[in-house]
Design a protein around this ligand. Structure first.
Ligand SMILES: *Cc1c(COP(=O)(O)O)cnc(C)c1O
Length: 349
């Protein structure tokens, strides 16, 4: 079903696994499948290499592109595991649907993913913090500057070995009322390429002011808290975990939903409801705001040290017991070190 061309020259010996920069080193192989004449053609796995695109390729002009982010983990016995890959598969097709990109067949995706991981399994190092970041993506490849949905697409999967992202540095975030990440009826719930490109300017402005991330509020009134950078965000208020409900502006994170399930299984109260900025500020003033953390595949759980709103900075407690507990539990499941009562992990044979 898949044409496989093995790379005769592995570059793994040139890679310093102790000094990986996130997302800059890629494995020996890539998966590629073309859509043309109304159908997806035979997928290929071949040596990782640059692509040739016509300068008029539709994606370069109109940004018709979506992506996913997922990880593979190696346990202490050398076995490779995926974490809820069915969620990422469903989500890339949801994103594609919104961007008028043809959906990708499930068997091609999983067969491609498993074959690719088998070929590149040496790139996955065991030990907590080490993993293989997997980047499936699809883009409009037709040679045309016509402003219409492309008739040709390329679906790819590339893989990058990574070690723990964000190395214990302070995370101070800015609640923005000026910029918006996503609008009602827009593409915020999709991992559409342009969503991320549009964040770089506000984020770099925040970086200049000394913040590491932006917390996005709703585009209408900037009253409700939505996401932190490219993470979902949780607040522990008076021993309850609160996070915004998913809607068409919020990305339905796999980490988010996993953390909610783990928390509930540990007897922690979780509320999915709109959260006003004013509620957070008041809870802080009353000493009831105990923890704030972001969730996402790259970071898993990232505790936030302070937030800033209308020129006031609100420092957060140094201890983050709930974030720490939930992260340890999730990471334990991902690395096959803990029982997986939810049946989330999938072995790669
Ligand atoms: C990918 C992403 C997340 C996190 O999703 P996970 O499935 O947990 O990795 C959260 N917010 C945005 C905007 C994202 O793009």
């Amino acid at each position: 079903m898949i044409t496989i061309q093995q790379n005769p020259q592995s570059k793994i010996k040139d890679v310093s696994f102790d000094n990986l920069v996130f997302g800059k080193t890629f494995t020996d192989h890539m998966f590629l499948c073309r859509y043309r004449d109304g159908k997806w053609h035979t997928p290929e796995i071949k040596p990782y290499e640059p692509l040739t695109l016509d300068p008029s390729a539709s994606v370069l002009h109109y940004g018709q592109a979506v992506f996913e982010g997922m990880k593979a983990f190696k346990d202490d016995q050398g076995k490779v595991w995926l974490f809820r890959p069915d969620e990422n598969f469903r989500r890339i097709n949801r994103s594609s649907h919104r961007m008028q990109i043809p959906e990708f067949p499930e068997d091609y995706f999983f067969e491609g993913l498993h074959q690719l991981l088998k070929l590149d399994h040496e790139w996955i190092k065991s030990g907590i913090g080490n993993s293989l970041y997997i980047r499936p993506f699809v883009f409009a490849s037709q040679s045309t500057v016509q402003a219409a949905a492309s008739e040709e697409y390329i679906f790819m999967i590339i893989c990058a070995p990574v070690s723990t992202y964000y190395t214990g540095a302070e995370i101070n975030v800015l609640i923005t009322e000026e910029f918006s990440r996503a609008a009602n009826g827009g593409v915020g719930y999709a991992k559409a390429a342009g969503n991320y490109g549009a964040q770089f300017y506000p984020t770099s402005e925040a970086l200049k002011k000394g913040f590491q991330q932006i917390i996005w509020t709703d585009a209408d009134r900037h009253e409700y808290l939505e996401e932190a950078g490219t993470m979902n965000i949780f607040f522990k208020i008076d021993n309850k975990l609160v996070t915004a409900p998913t809607n068409d502006r919020i990305l339905d994170g796999v980490t988010r939903k996993s953390i909610i399930q783990i928390a509930k299984s540990k007897g922690i109260d979780v509320e999915e409801r709109p959260i006003r900025v004013s509620e957070i500020v008041e809870a802080h003033q009353q000493g009831l705001l105990q923890e704030v953390f972001g969730t996402g595949t790259a970071v898993v759980v990232l505790s936030i040290n302070s937030f800033s709103y209308r020129d006031t900075t609100y420092p957060l407690p140094k201890e983050n017991p709930v974030a720490t507990l939930l992260k340890e539990e999730l990471v334990g499941i991902q690395y096959n070190k803990k029982q997986d009562p939810f049946h989330w992990t999938v072995a790669v044979h």
